[in-house]
Design a protein around this ligand. Structure first.
Ligand code: HEC
Length: 124
């Protein structure tokens, strides 16, 4: 009996968390999500944003466009929505360090050297 109770408890946790988010599963949790859902569901599903990836300027332009369409919110709320969208749907995942270019110099301390002309390895 006790085991069945525990399984039921575990299963109920994700379900109730999804419910608390207002049931828009494509919108990740984050500060400002509630404002985005409220402001951006006035005319269409707020999930319309989930297909797009933009930097903050891009999201700001889109939110401005929606304000021109007639979205009803204060400037603070538009700012909050912009920050939320730029955080959860950024243009690119955190910038990765540039990969070294092909033919980069071998690491210092490499024990064998390649003869550039022939590609043969000269033992030292
Ligand atoms: C007053 C009504 C209204 C509100 C509120 C509204 N939108 Fe829109 N939205 C539209 C209309 C109309 C379109 C389609 C025409 C267009 O792209 O402007 C649209 C289209 C979009 C698109 C698709 C645009 C594209 O080019 O793919 C996105 C994304 C979007 N809205 C995001 C938002 C966000 C984010 C918010 C909240 C800040 C929001 N909308 C609030 C009216 C609204």
């Amino acid at each position: 009996m006790r085991k069945i109770f525990l399984v039921g408890l575990i299963l109920s946790v994700p379900a109730s968390a999804a419910w608390a988010q207002g049931d828009y599963p494509s919108l990740p949790p984050g500060p400002g999500r509630d404002v985005a859902v409220r402001v951006c569901s006035q005319c269409h599903s707020p999930e319309i944003v989930a297909n797009q990836r933009m930097d903050k300027d891009g999201w700001k332009a889109l939110v401005d466009q929606m304000a021109n369409n007639g979205a009803n919110a204060t400037n603070e709320e538009f700012e909050t929505v912009t920050n939320y969208l730029a955080t959860v749907f950024p243009a690119t995942p955190a910038a990765a360090p540039a990969a070294p270019a092909d033919g980069a110099a071998p690491a210092p301390g490499a024990s064998a050297q390649t003869n550039d002309a022939t590609g043969t390895v000269t033992p030292q």
